[in-house]
Design a protein. Structure first.
Length: 280
């Protein structure tokens, strides 16, 4: 009797582990559905996007080779392989180095309402949806590009092992920055497109995802690499190609992570009552 009562009580009491696994399974489903959505029309619809990304990469690699051979890259402190590797990784991992979640379109797409209709956290859903959208690009662009890198004269063996923890910190900071910009869209409801364009320009330039900080004039890059934007693409890419300031760059990433996430939560909580969502 005692054994059966204990067994009955155990079966009726919800297990914390079961709840965690159920949440993880639900978020996995969100990510998988987002990945399926992106490739639903077939690879033929993704081919033009990947073709354009390849077409944009090769002239940039040729440009760096020309600049290096003419002696214009002496002040950068990079070898030719480091410059090319920096550019290759920036293109291959562009979605992760500068995170853009579906939150940037949650006003006019009606996404915000659908997030509230599910028994999951808003931010965990956004992260799952974003990661799901990365899967097709990683499979059909990033992996092939890294595979052919030796034929492009770029060695991946020189990538610093500290690149990977810095890369994960970059993604974590990127989600916080993305949420801050998404919340700004709530505050300025009539300027969504303007904010989106300004964001792409500012983050693209000041994150170091296009031009290495070492190539900025007047020493501006020395300051930008320690800014919130520098904690995005610039830090892991600089570490990947052998920056001597690994500890300082990663410390800045951790510091901005601890600052920006509480700030993003507070800004969102003070702004969400102002949201007016369209669509369905």
């Amino acid at each position: 009797m005692l054994g059966s009562s204990s067994s009955s009580a155990t079966s009726e009491t919800p297990s914390p582990n079961r709840s965690i696994w159920a949440t993880a399974a639900a978020l996995w489903s969100c990510a998988r559905l987002k990945a399926d959505e992106k490739i639903r029309g077939g690879l033929i619809y993704l081919f033009p996007e990947y073709t354009l990304r390849f077409a944009a990469l090769f002239p940039l690699l040729a440009l760096w080779q020309s600049i290096y051979q003419s002696g214009g890259a002496e002040d950068f402190g990079f070898s030719l392989n480091q410059l090319l590797l920096y550019t290759l990784l920036s293109s291959a991992l562009q979605d992760q180095l500068v995170v853009r979640s579906p939150a940037s379109g949650w006003l006019y797409q009606g996404l915000f309402i659908s997030l509230f209709q599910r028994p999951l956290g808003i931010f965990s859903q956004l992260i799952a949806l974003t990661i799901g959208s990365w899967v097709p690009d990683l499979l059909f662009y990033t992996v092939p590009l890294l595979t052919i890198s030796p034929w492009l004269g770029i060695s991946l063996t020189s990538i610093s092992p500290f690149f990977w923890p810095s890369f994960l910190l970059c993604i974590a900071v990127g989600f916080a920055v993305d949420l801050l910009f998404a919340t700004l869209l709530i505050r300025m409801q009539q300027s969504s497109w303007l904010i989106t364009v300004i964001r792409r320009a500012i983050v693209g330039l000041f994150s170091g995802s296009i031009i290495p900080f070492a190539a900025f004039p007047f020493g501006i890059g020395q300051w930008l690499q320690y800014s919130p934007f520098g904690a995005l693409a610039g830090a892991p890419l600089a570490i990947a190609v052998g920056s001597p300031n690994v500890a300082l760059l990663m410390t800045c990433q951790v510091a901005w992570l601890l600052i920006l996430w509480p700030l993003a939560f507070a800004y969102y909580n003070s702004s969400r009552e102002r949201m007016m969502s369209y669509g369905g």
